[in-house]
Design a protein around this ligand. Structure first.
Ligand SMILES: Nc1ncnc2c1ncn2[C@@H]1O[C@H](COP(=O)(O)OP(=O)(O)O)[C@@H](O)[C@H]1O
Ligand SMILES: Cc1ncsc1CCOP(=O)(O)O
Length: 299
């Protein structure tokens, strides 16, 4: 399934994406979800989670600005999603930054079955350590640490690592950055593209997690490919089988939007208008705009 076909299906079905997200980038995440054709609802009152999540096509949980109330909401929404076969995405923003975040991530991983987990390499390394019950130490803020950046030199090792983490966490794992890796534990899609400047716009990672949730919402209603063994069934059988494809397609669309918005930036184009441009590029994305911009290999 091509990335553009996912966009067409999202635009036709307008699935609702329930987001429990941080207050820094919530507005941009909502606009990005609208830009791809889906329908965002940002809600984090624990008492209404059962009703809100049950009517969603996908759930996106983002740990960027955590708190006890938000954690309760995430646990309630995650369980409601699992109980209704709704795909769930986790964005462990800054999970290594504090003991509170690490404990919250452990609780979420213990209570909710995630369809996909997207983060930068530092965040995914911390999750991996938590899943291995290793003492994960403090690891940076919300951005990737220089030591964790995936390069052509460290790519083979990173692919092996991401496959292993995906198996360990029982979810599709997407590590994004200069080179993006999306794995279902068996295979790994290596995606090149995007712009270095995307990392200087706050929220591009959060937006991508929201996009991935929208892509999974339509994957859930597709046929499972013949002979597929699939991943976990948090979003139903079709979503399990297509989870890696759907998340990789979302990454490709985000990268293309980052490239297009950079090429069309204005004379005063700094990071704020660049960020808006990325959302606009997704809004306007058609098949022609994606041509030549999707560069991936499967390892
Ligand atoms: N150095 C880079 N070169 C190309 N694309 C990048 C680079 N850094 C980030 N991106 C892109 O920016 C988007 C957000 O990813 P990332 O910055 O890793 O998220 P986060 O904000 O969670 O750290 C992804 O589409 C990713 O491919
Ligand atoms: C700066 C910041 N602080 C807490 S959440 C957040 C936004 C992080 O967004 P992203 O990881 O998508 O850049």
């Amino acid at each position: 399934m091509e990335a553009y076909e996912y966009l067409e299906k999202i635009r036709a079905a307008a699935p609702r994406v329930h987001c429990i997200t941080n207050y820094v980038t919530a507005h941009d995440v909502a606009n990005m979800i609208l830009a791809c054709g889906a329908n965002p609802v940002m809600a984090d009152e624990p008492q209404e989670m059962g009703e809100i999540t049950a009517h969603a096509g996908a759930l996106a949980l983002n740990m960027g600005t955590p708190g006890e109330r938000r954690e309760q909401a995430m646990l309630a929404a995650g369980k409601a999603a699992n109980g209704n076969g709704i795909p769930v995405v986790l964005d462990p923003v800054g999970v290594g930054a504090s003991a509170f975040r690490r404990k919250m991530a452990e609780e979420l991983l213990g209570a909710v079955t995630f369809t996909a987990i997207r983060g930068n390499m530092s965040e995914i390394r911390t999750l991996s350590e938590l899943a291995e019950k290793k003492a994960a130490g403090a690891a940076g803020g919300v951005d990737v640490r220089p030591v964790d950046v995936v390069t052509e030199e460290t790519l083979a090792e990173a692919v092996t690592f991401v496959k292993a983490v995906s198996k360990r966490l029982g979810a599709v794992v997407a590590v994004t950055g200069a080179i993006d890796l999306v794995s279902d534990g068996q295979q790994c899609v290596v995606i090149r593209g995007g712009r270095e400047e995307m990392s200087r716009v706050t929220g591009t990672g959060c937006q991508l997690s929201g996009l991935a949730a929208a892509f999974l919402a339509v994957a859930r209603n597709m046929e499972a490919p013949a002979g597929s063994t699939g991943g976990n069934t948090a979003g139903g059988a079709a979503c399990a089988a297509r989870g890696m494809e759907a998340v990789a397609a979302a990454v490709c669309v985000m990268n293309a939007a980052g490239e297009i918005a950079w090429e069309q930036r204005g004379l005063c184009g700094g990071n704020a208008s660049y960020g808006t441009g990325i959302i606009d590029a997704v809004y306007r994305m058609d098949q022609k705009m994606l041509e030549g911009r999707i560069r991936y290999e499967v390892r």
